[in-house]
Design a protein around this ligand. Structure first.
Ligand code: FE
Length: 169
Protein backbone atom coordinates (compact mmCIF):
# COMPACT_ATOMS: atom_id res chain seq x y z
CA UNK A 1 0.00 0.00 0.00
CA UNK A 2 1.50 3.32 -0.98
CA UNK A 3 1.31 6.52 1.04
CA UNK A 4 -1.46 7.97 -1.11
CA UNK A 5 -3.77 4.97 -0.63
CA UNK A 6 -3.09 4.94 3.10
CA UNK A 7 -3.86 8.67 3.30
CA UNK A 8 -7.08 8.26 1.34
CA UNK A 9 -8.18 5.39 3.55
CA UNK A 10 -7.51 7.46 6.64
CA UNK A 11 -9.60 10.33 5.26
CA UNK A 12 -12.42 7.94 4.33
CA UNK A 13 -12.35 6.44 7.83
CA UNK A 14 -12.65 9.90 9.38
CA UNK A 15 -15.55 10.82 7.10
CA UNK A 16 -17.49 7.65 7.90
CA UNK A 17 -16.90 8.04 11.65
CA UNK A 18 -18.22 11.61 11.67
CA UNK A 19 -21.16 10.58 9.48
CA UNK A 20 -22.04 7.81 11.94
CA UNK A 21 -21.77 10.26 14.84
CA UNK A 22 -24.18 12.64 13.10
CA UNK A 23 -26.65 9.80 12.58
CA UNK A 24 -26.52 8.81 16.25
CA UNK A 25 -27.02 12.43 17.31
CA UNK A 26 -29.96 12.90 14.93
CA UNK A 27 -31.76 9.84 16.30
CA UNK A 28 -31.06 10.69 19.93
CA UNK A 29 -32.60 14.13 19.56
CA UNK A 30 -35.53 13.79 17.17
CA UNK A 31 -36.92 17.28 16.95
CA UNK A 32 -40.65 17.80 16.82
CA UNK A 33 -41.58 20.96 14.90
CA UNK A 34 -45.26 20.53 15.89
CA UNK A 35 -44.68 20.69 19.66
CA UNK A 36 -46.03 24.08 20.71
CA UNK A 37 -47.70 24.85 24.05
CA UNK A 38 -49.34 28.09 22.87
CA UNK A 39 -50.73 27.17 19.45
CA UNK A 40 -54.35 26.07 19.01
CA UNK A 41 -53.94 25.26 15.33
CA UNK A 42 -55.14 21.74 14.47
CA UNK A 43 -52.53 19.28 13.26
CA UNK A 44 -53.52 16.73 10.64
CA UNK A 45 -50.47 14.62 9.90
CA UNK A 46 -50.31 11.07 8.53
CA UNK A 47 -48.71 8.38 10.68
CA UNK A 48 -45.71 8.12 8.33
CA UNK A 49 -44.84 11.73 9.22
CA UNK A 50 -45.43 11.23 12.96
CA UNK A 51 -43.17 8.21 12.88
CA UNK A 52 -40.26 10.40 11.77
CA UNK A 53 -40.87 12.89 14.59
CA UNK A 54 -41.93 10.88 17.66
CA UNK A 55 -39.93 8.42 19.74
CA UNK A 56 -40.93 4.79 19.02
CA UNK A 57 -42.59 4.54 22.47
CA UNK A 58 -44.70 7.65 21.95
CA UNK A 59 -45.54 6.73 18.35
CA UNK A 60 -46.81 3.32 19.48
CA UNK A 61 -49.21 4.86 22.00
CA UNK A 62 -50.17 8.18 20.40
CA UNK A 63 -50.61 6.92 16.85
CA UNK A 64 -51.05 3.15 17.20
CA UNK A 65 -53.28 3.35 20.29
CA UNK A 66 -50.99 1.24 22.45
CA UNK A 67 -51.18 1.10 26.25
CA UNK A 68 -48.25 1.36 28.62
CA UNK A 69 -47.90 -1.32 31.28
CA UNK A 70 -49.91 -0.55 34.46
CA UNK A 71 -47.86 1.07 37.25
CA UNK A 72 -44.95 1.60 34.84
CA UNK A 73 -45.59 5.20 33.80
CA UNK A 74 -43.67 8.27 34.98
CA UNK A 75 -46.82 10.08 36.12
CA UNK A 76 -48.72 7.22 37.76
CA UNK A 77 -47.47 8.10 41.23
CA UNK A 78 -46.59 11.75 40.63
CA UNK A 79 -48.31 14.73 42.22
CA UNK A 80 -46.37 17.90 41.49
CA UNK A 81 -48.14 21.17 40.75
CA UNK A 82 -48.29 22.10 37.09
CA UNK A 83 -49.81 21.30 33.74
CA UNK A 84 -49.85 18.20 31.58
CA UNK A 85 -49.41 18.76 27.86
CA UNK A 86 -49.84 16.41 24.91
CA UNK A 87 -46.41 14.83 24.42
CA UNK A 88 -46.92 14.84 20.66
CA UNK A 89 -48.07 18.44 20.07
CA UNK A 90 -47.88 20.47 23.33
CA UNK A 91 -51.66 21.02 23.66
CA UNK A 92 -52.58 21.75 27.29
CA UNK A 93 -54.61 18.74 28.50
CA UNK A 94 -54.83 18.63 32.30
CA UNK A 95 -54.04 20.64 35.38
CA UNK A 96 -52.48 18.95 38.41
CA UNK A 97 -55.49 20.08 40.53
CA UNK A 98 -57.64 17.52 38.72
CA UNK A 99 -55.22 14.62 39.20
CA UNK A 100 -56.09 11.99 41.80
CA UNK A 101 -54.62 8.75 43.14
CA UNK A 102 -56.84 6.20 41.42
CA UNK A 103 -54.79 3.05 42.15
CA UNK A 104 -55.63 1.77 38.64
CA UNK A 105 -51.98 1.93 37.56
CA UNK A 106 -52.23 4.90 35.20
CA UNK A 107 -52.26 8.66 35.82
CA UNK A 108 -55.88 9.68 36.40
CA UNK A 109 -57.71 12.99 36.21
CA UNK A 110 -61.33 13.92 36.93
CA UNK A 111 -61.51 16.63 34.28
CA UNK A 112 -59.71 17.96 31.22
CA UNK A 113 -58.16 21.42 31.24
CA UNK A 114 -60.70 22.89 28.79
CA UNK A 115 -63.47 21.79 26.45
CA UNK A 116 -61.12 21.85 23.48
CA UNK A 117 -58.26 20.00 25.23
CA UNK A 118 -59.53 16.55 24.35
CA UNK A 119 -62.09 14.81 22.18
CA UNK A 120 -63.88 11.50 22.54
CA UNK A 121 -64.58 8.60 20.23
CA UNK A 122 -66.20 5.23 20.78
CA UNK A 123 -63.72 2.35 20.99
CA UNK A 124 -65.03 -1.19 20.46
CA UNK A 125 -61.65 -2.96 20.44
CA UNK A 126 -60.68 -5.88 22.71
CA UNK A 127 -64.32 -6.98 23.14
CA UNK A 128 -65.22 -3.92 25.22
CA UNK A 129 -67.16 -0.75 24.58
CA UNK A 130 -65.09 2.12 25.90
CA UNK A 131 -64.71 5.82 25.23
CA UNK A 132 -61.33 6.70 23.88
CA UNK A 133 -59.76 10.08 24.70
CA UNK A 134 -57.77 11.87 21.99
CA UNK A 135 -55.81 15.09 21.99
CA UNK A 136 -58.08 17.89 20.77
CA UNK A 137 -55.32 19.36 18.64
CA UNK A 138 -53.41 16.47 17.04
CA UNK A 139 -55.70 13.43 17.64
CA UNK A 140 -53.01 11.57 19.60
CA UNK A 141 -54.39 8.64 21.57
CA UNK A 142 -54.20 9.52 25.27
CA UNK A 143 -56.22 6.79 27.00
CA UNK A 144 -59.86 6.15 27.97
CA UNK A 145 -62.50 7.77 30.15
CA UNK A 146 -64.65 5.92 32.72
CA UNK A 147 -67.53 7.06 34.93
CA UNK A 148 -66.10 5.74 38.21
CA UNK A 149 -64.10 8.84 39.11
CA UNK A 150 -64.32 11.05 42.19
CA UNK A 151 -66.33 14.25 42.73
CA UNK A 152 -67.00 16.79 41.37
CA UNK A 153 -67.29 15.19 37.90
CA UNK A 154 -67.44 11.47 38.71
CA UNK A 155 -65.22 10.86 35.69
CA UNK A 156 -61.84 9.12 35.48
CA UNK A 157 -59.56 10.04 32.61
CA UNK A 158 -57.24 7.02 32.57
CA UNK A 159 -54.19 8.23 30.67
CA UNK A 160 -50.87 6.91 29.43
CA UNK A 161 -47.92 8.73 31.00
CA UNK A 162 -46.06 8.46 27.71
CA UNK A 163 -48.73 10.57 25.98
CA UNK A 164 -48.27 13.36 28.56
CA UNK A 165 -45.56 15.88 29.24
CA UNK A 166 -45.62 17.60 32.62
CA UNK A 167 -44.38 21.14 33.12
CA UNK A 168 -44.31 23.08 36.38
CA UNK A 169 -46.56 26.14 36.62
FE1 FE B 1 -51.63 16.54 20.71
Amino acid sequence: MNKLTAGLMLILTFISISFAQQLVKKNAMKTNPYYNTSSKEKINLPDQEWEKILSPELFNIARKKGTERAYSGTYNDFFETGFYYCAACGNKLFESDSKFASSCGWPSFFEAYSETSVKYISDKSHGMIRTEVLCGRCDAHLGHIFDDGPKPTGMRFCMNSISLKFEKK
